[in-house]
Design a protein around this ligand. Structure first.
Ligand code: BG6
Length: 298
């Protein structure tokens, strides 16, 4: 097993690459604390990264697992879409590697990134833990200031499905969702499909799809294999709270409209994104909220 750290001219870590004895690999950019790769021992690439993604810190990375905070979309008009966590450089707190497990923690706080439209002291941590067929990412928001703040957070996971026409998503039947492509985006719909296929632009927020309601998580069956995405959230000392799941594929026209998205990329990817995004959450002073994703290859 090994860990490689790629540094910039000032000696700051830009990229961490880890390989386990089994051959599993992951790669994390400190820019946005963006995981850009997770490969299983038999070489399956579970994460999609656009070949035209900007990796030089000039733009949030298109692909991988960008992190959203303190808002999802652009409810606060003065702040950039999806907030400022994904386009600032995080600090590496520590890294550990054993034969069969790797873990690293990155952090960001208001001394490193903030916005006048959201001027609160905070700390974000991303704990990335890799085992052979599993990548666990714990995304922790701590309110380090004296007053409550409101926030949203999300792990914007781009899965490498290889062929969207041969991909189905199970585990969401019966869940309620907001359809951001519909004329009325405030209506709560019900997912009726046991195995959902993706044949057009999709942008949905399945609300409250925490582990209690989807014990097996969301299962994506695709030519890459069977990929399970489990999202869950806790606050305080570990009290369970409902989390949401976003499903997004921009489809052909919108993909073309994005300079850093491969024109045919929509045929190969699907975003399944655990989040705390249906409305804002209030976090009292001193409290933590932990949004965890477990990505497994079955
Ligand atoms: C998804 C949102 O999570 O992210 C979409 O639901 C959005 O509405 C997409 O278009 C991509 O956002 P961005 O800012 O990375 O292009």
């Amino acid at each position: 097993m090994s860990v490689e750290e790629v540094k910039d001219e000032s000696g700051n870590i830009r990229i961490i690459r880890a390989t386990l004895k089994s051959g599993s690999q992951c790669e994390i950019y400190t820019f946005g604390a963006t995981v850009t790769k997770f490969t299983t021992p038999d070489g399956k690439d579970l994460i999609w990264l656009s070949s035209t993604a900007k990796l030089d810190g000039t733009k949030a990375i298109r692909g991988g697992i960008p992190l959203v905070f303190p808002h999802f979309g652009q409810p606060i008009k003065e702040m950039p879409q999806h907030g400022f966590a994904r386009n600032n450089t995080w600090k590496v707190e520590g890294t550990e590697i054993k034969d069969d497990a790797f873990q690293t923690t990155l952090s960001l706080d208001q001394t490193m990134a903030t916005h006048e439209a959201w001027p609160f002291p905070y700390k974000l941590e991303l704990v990335v833990a890799m085992k052979d067929n599993e990548l666990k990412t714990q995304y922790i928001v701590t309110n380090t200031g004296p007053e409550s703040f409101r926030f949203q957070s999300l792990q914007h996971t781009y899965l490498n499905v290889a062929d969207i026409s041969a991909t189905t998503v199970t585990g969401l039947m019966g869940q309620r969702y907001l359809d951001k492509t519909a004329a009325d985006t405030t209506l709560l719909n019900i997912e009726e499909r046991g195995a959902a296929d993706i044949t057009q632009f999709v942008d949905r927020v399945y609300v409250g799809t925490h582990l209690n309601s989807t014990p097996g998580g969301v299962l994506v069956k695709c030519p890459t294999g069977k990929i399970r995405v489990q999202g869950s959230a806790t606050y305080g000392d570990g009290i369970a709270m409902p989390s949401d799941t976003v499903m997004w594929n921009p489809w052909a026209e919108k993909a073309k409209g994005m300079g850093d998205f491969d024109d045919d990329g929509y045929l190969k990817m699907l975003c399944i994104e655990p989040g705390l995004v249906q409305d804002f959450h209030m976090l009292p002073a001193g409290y933590k909220a932990n949004l965890t994703q477990v990505l497994s290859f079955l």
